[in-house]
Write a protein that binds this ligand. Structure first.
Ligand SMILES: *[C@@H]1O[C@H](CO)[C@@H](O)[C@H](O)[C@H]1NC(C)=O
Ligand SMILES: *[C@@H]1O[C@H](CO)[C@@H](O)[C@H](O)[C@H]1NC(C)=O
Length: 468
């Protein structure tokens, strides 16, 4: 305290010339410090891959590295239990003139449940799920599930390994319509696809310990690719899959030939701020394209409000997942409403005004309920929600991956129905080697599930550019 006083007094007693020198030095030092900090922050180019153990109890020293074939199965008891619970469901009548504005319309929910109870054939869907070969292998103490689809190889075809990663509330099943487009083409280029379930999702075992975030998932998937003998591969992801595959590219950039994303959110930094401030008046000055402007503005209506309106679930899951999870894991109807509402609004924000949420415009009830059944039969809702807490419970901006730039060739597919638009200009602050950025003509958040052909086309043209 006294020392500060002393400093202040001696400063005040200086003549003007010396005051200028002191102020000048202080400013220079400040700027230099900021510059050094900036350099250091931006210096991180790869993330240390690290180690982890997520099994129950004590760490086991010698882990079983074998890969075991796996089949989805069901039993009469499982189906009988489901039907009993569906029969006992309670509903709250919707308000007058309400569609999906208050959440899932319960009148329409009754239609979905009735289809589920009387027409949906889970046994048939299990056969469909087993159309591709499934496997499980233990990594870091937990069973990791994946499907492995080898291409039907034709003459003179180049086969490229590719991993597809899903998100929430989806599953590996989201990719069932894009898989044939990637593995059965007559093109001179085809893919060998690995499609895992994120630990805690579907048939991958849930972590038993706290702290399992996207970095841990990325490490586990890198180990999976290594175990399968792939040293170089392509990655594709949306939702959590986008963050996980990005983390993989940050950990082992030399293994990743290309990274293709259909969701990428960059929401901070100088360019973002400038774009939002003057982008709608002088887009050319900040480097926004006409289409960027169309998708971002009016700011409140197109950028701010959708995020506010659609992310309440995220706050809950990032704080107390186990509480709400208890309800949705106990009631199949509650689970379906919780999951399928996302497939309505995230496909098209305007679906909120349709009496049936527009669900069957793009998806069949069979496909939608199959995804719900993957959550129901494995009981994975709570562990899938915990992934939000593990990733968003702290300050994501402070995490190492938000400071690590990505230099692997990147392809970005910007679908118009996605919750928030990210211009190429913003994406470039994180992804430094964007070889393809496409304004997709239609489709939303669940791109592979909703627009498999469009996503496949964009992925293939991106890979061609990288291979060229
Ligand atoms: C949703 O609820 C409203 C009641 O406000 C009803 O009029 C509408 O038809 C419902 N949707 C369906 C598909 O029944
Ligand atoms: C593969 O086919 C594409 C067009 O479908 C063509 O542009 C490319 O040159 C071909 N590559 C090779 C190696 O034949």
């Amino acid at each position: 305290m006294q020392r500060a006083q002393l400093l202040r007094d001696s400063f005040l007693n200086m003549d003007a010339f010396h005051k200028h020198i002191v102020i000048g030095t202080a400013i220079t030092a400040g700027v230099a410090l900021l510059y050094i900090r900036h350099r250091r922050r931006n210096k991180v180019q790869t993330i240390p891959i690290g180690e982890g153990w997520w099994g129950a109890g004590e760490r086991i020293q010698s882990e079983d590295n074998n890969i075991y074939p796996f089949e989805v199965q069901t039993t009469d008891d499982e189906i009988k239990d489901l039907h009993e619970r569906l029969d006992k469901s309670r509903y709250t009548d919707p308000l007058e003139d309400e569609s999906f504005q208050y959440g899932f319309n319960s009148t329409y929910l009754k239609t979905v449940t009735s289809y589920w109870r009387h027409e949906f054939d889970w046994r048939k869907q299990v056969v469909l799920l087993n159309k591709y070969p499934h496997f499980k292998t233990k990594i870091e103490g937990i069973d990791v599930h994946f499907i492995h689809v080898r291409p039907v190889q034709k003459k003179n075809q180049k086969v490229l390994p590719l991993m597809l990663v899903h998100g929430w509330p989806g599953s590996f099943f989201e990719f069932y319509k894009i898989l044939p487009l990637l593995t059965e083409s007559n093109d001179n280029l085809t893919f060998e696809v690995i499609c895992p379930s994120i630990p805690g999702y579907g048939f991958s075992e849930a972590p038993h310990k706290q702290g399992f975030n996207s970095l841990a998932a990325a490490r586990i998937f890198l180990k999976l690719m290594e175990r399968l003998g792939f040293s170089q591969f392509y990655l594709q992801g949306g939702d959590w899959g986008s963050l996980i595959t990005t983390n993989m590219a940050q950990m082992k950039p030399l293994c990743v030939k290309g990274l293709h994303l259909n969701m990428f959110m960059i929401r901070k930094g100088f360019k973002v701020m400038m774009s939002l401030l003057i982008g709608s008046y002088l887009p050319f000055l900040v480097g926004l394209s006409r289409e960027d402007v169309r998708r971002l503005f009016p700011f409140f209506e197109k950028t701010m409000w959708p995020i506010l309106r659609e992310t309440g679930y995220m706050h809950i899951q990032a704080t107390k997942p186990d509480t709400v999870g208890c309800g949705v894991n106990n009631s199949p109807v509650g689970l379906a409403a919780y999951i399928l509402e996302k497939f309505s609004t995230w496909t098209n924000l305007e679906n909120i005004a349709l009496v049936d949420g527009g669900l069957e415009r793009k998806f069949s009830l069979d496909d939608l309920l199959t995804n719900v059944m993957i959550y129901w039969t494995t009981g994975c809702m709570v562990s899938s929600m915990r992934f939000y807490k593990e990733n968003l419970g702290g300050d994501l901006d402070k995490r190492i991956d938000s400071r690590t730039r990505i230099f692997v060739p990147t392809g970005l597919a910007a679908f118009p129905g996605e919750l928030a638009h990210t211009p190429k200009l913003w994406a470039q602050t994180k992804y430094h080697n964007i070889v393809s950025y496409t304004f997709m003509p239609q489709g939303g958040h669940f791109a592979a599930f909703e627009e498999p052909q469009l996503l496949a086309n964009d992925l293939i043209q991106f890979v061609r550019k990288v291979e060229h």
